[in-house]
Design a protein around this ligand. Structure first.
Ligand code: GLN
Length: 192
């Protein structure tokens, strides 16, 4: 199994380390050629959604990646990655890949509370450590999107079929279970 990690900006190396820890091969996606061969899943890291979105567009990655996701490629977006996948962002005039039926709020906790750490229940896994950095949250979900975790009444993780998002950064903690959960989604993915 091979997982592509979008490596334009942000915390991509941390995801590669997590995958290596659980024995899963990864490669970096920086340009169109990198997505020429088939792969089993995609991680979109945290960082700055506006910069990643702009670079994806300029590098001609946005449209092909959107098509792959809509055709069923498993994708895991953390933090900025969540914003890139959201169909709506309440406080941003742009949407980017816009493949997932969620509405998100950018920098939703304000400056003071923007970064914090907690432990909360992730549906199907149990209590996991959650590190939030200038994080978004999900204000609403629609379609068949399933809520996987909430903190303080705000939705911080969700899944819709092949798409998984977290507002926090599981790659910044020791706990590998969310990456394992995503890899399980990738193992069950069959290209049709
Ligand atoms: N605040 C960032 C954004 O709007 C996301 C922060 C993160 O990914 N840690 O893109």
């Amino acid at each position: 199994m091979r997982i592509g990690v979008l490596a334009l900006q942000g915390a991509f190396i941390e995801h590669e380390h997590m995958l290596a820890q659980i024995g899963v091969n990864s490669f970096e996606i920086r340009k169109q050629d990198d997505i020429g061969n088939s792969f089993d899943g995609l991680i979109i890291p945290g960082g700055e959604s506006t910069i990643q979105g702009k670079l994806m567009n300029e590098l001609g990655l946005l449209e092909p990646i959107r098509k792959m996701i809509l055709s069923g490629l498993p994708v895991f977006g953390t933090c900025a990655g969540l914003l890139l996948l959201a169909k709506n962002i309440e406080n941003d005039t742009h949407s980017y890949i816009a493949s997932m039926d969620i509405t998100a709020v950018r920098n939703a906790y304000g400056r003071q509370l923007g970064s914090f750490h907690t432990t909360a229940c992730f549906n199907g896994i149990g209590d996991v450590p959650m590190t939030f950095i200038r994080a978004p949250f999900i204000s609403s979900v629609s379609g068949n999107t399933e809520i996987l975790a909430e903190v303080g009444g705000k939705i911080v993780a969700a899944r819709q079929d092949n798409q998984l998002v977290t507002a926090f950064h599981p790659e910044l903690n020791e706990d590998v279970r969310i990456h394992e959960y995503f890899c399980e989604m990738c193992r069950n993915y069959t290209v049709c």
